[in-house]
Write a protein that binds this ligand. Structure first.
Ligand code: DER
Length: 233
């Protein structure tokens, strides 16, 4: 599909330009776009991959690496990462991002912050000026299960009246993250000041992590419908 081709173009160019032969520890995000990141990594010289460790950000991302036969390490073993590449649900003109559509943003943010460089790869649907323009599912928020209702009420009172607990589809009850927590999806309309919103949500007791990645990404690659790649720094 046009969207998959766009994801692949962005992912391949990002890997080619930012995963260097001198790099020894690579952070790998989660979701469908990073599938193409791993595919491109597997096209590198096997001897180069043999001396490189790849740090996942979810069971899904771990599975991609293990299925590819790549060396997997955890961020507690490799806390100093050369570069982390990950997808996003939406990116604004300042490279702030909404992440967590796949429910993986806690490990993703830790692995992104542990890297010297954080690179975003996405298709054209994620390329916005302001967060909230295209992504309507809300800011993903990972919460401690016992506290989910008190947190939900506070977020609704903050202005996200449609905030909801993320319910599972292939399982009864709420989605449980790889870390054993719940998720709240909180729409805030257009988010003019994501850094401030991040701070306000993060301070709510019971919130574990917020799917707003502010002032973190160094560069973003967006695959376009016509096969071109737009780069934003
Ligand atoms: O959940 C996440 O944070 C993922 O990285 C998500 O934001 C991007 O997933 P996609 O590449 O499947 O759109």
């Amino acid at each position: 599909s046009l969207i998959e081709q766009a994801k692949q173009k962005a992912a391949y160019q990002a890997v080619d330009e930012h995963v260097l032969p001198s790099h020894r520890v690579i952070g790998v995000g989660s979701g469908s776009t990073v599938v193409h990141v791993v595919a491109r990594l597997l096209q590198r010289d096997p001897e180069l991959n043999a001396k490189t460790v790849f740090v996942p950000t979810s069971f899904q991302s771990r599975g991609l690496l293990l299925d590819g036969g790549l060396n997997v390490g955890d961020v507690d073993q490799y806390p100093d990462i050369d570069v982390t590449i990950d997808g996003a649900d939406e990116v604004d003109s300042q490279l702030n991002a909404i992440k967590g559509g796949g429910g993986a943003h806690l490990q993703e943010k830790v692995v992104a912050e542990a890297a010297k460089k954080f690179v975003i790869v996405a298709d054209y649907r994620k390329n916005s000026k302001i967060l909230g323009e295209q992504w309507k599912q809300g800011v993903p928020i990972e919460v401690a299960p016992f506290a989910w209702r008190v947190v939900l009420v506070k977020i609704q009172n903050m202005g996200s009246k449609d905030a909801k607990l993320r319910m599972a589809v292939a399982k009864a009850g709420p989605v449980v993250t790889d870390n054993g927590n719940f998720l709240i999806d909180a729409p805030f309309g257009l988010i003019q000041d994501p850094a401030n919103l991040l701070k306000d949500i993060k301070l709510i007791t019971g919130v574990v992590e917020v799917g707003l990645f502010c002032n973190m990404a160094e560069i973003a690659y967006f695959g376009n419908e016509d096969g071109s790649v737009a780069i934003r720094t």
